[in-house]
Design a protein around this ligand. Sequence first.
Ligand code: AMP
Length: 143
Amino acid sequence: MRISSLLESKGSVVVTIGADATVAEAVAELENHRIGALVVSADGVHIDGIVSERDVVRALGHSGGDVLDHSVRSIMTTEVVCVSPDAEVESLSATMTDHRIRHVPVLEDGVLAGLVSIGDVVKSRIGELEKDRKELVEYITAR
Ligand code: AMP
């Protein structure tokens, strides 16, 4: 299955935050939307970075509670791994494993077009496997 098909069922809304927002504001957004990462973007279209709950936990462990007043810019990752809508979900699964990341923004012509989490990938792969299983059972029982 292609990433574009996955986005058709999941939707293309991406929650973003500006780099100058505080870590406390980022935490509030993660909590409000019940998500694990925010794309950092000034205009909601171009990507400046990504900040995940893991970055927050690392910063808390390193600097303590003061980090909540620091900027998102100070803890975000700027080299963002992205995926094209034409890519296959299976290859994205390998990319996530190789880079040890659980969130990948979808870029179409340089513009933010969605975000795929490891949960979306697992759901899609299980759906495909279940479809294959049903087809095999039908094939066997029809003989
Ligand atoms: P995650 O597993 O997605 O919560 O993120 C683990 C670490 O990888 C954090 O430092 C994130 O900022 C970073 N990260 C998450 N997603 C990406 C991505 N698509 N590209 C680059 N780094 C990322």
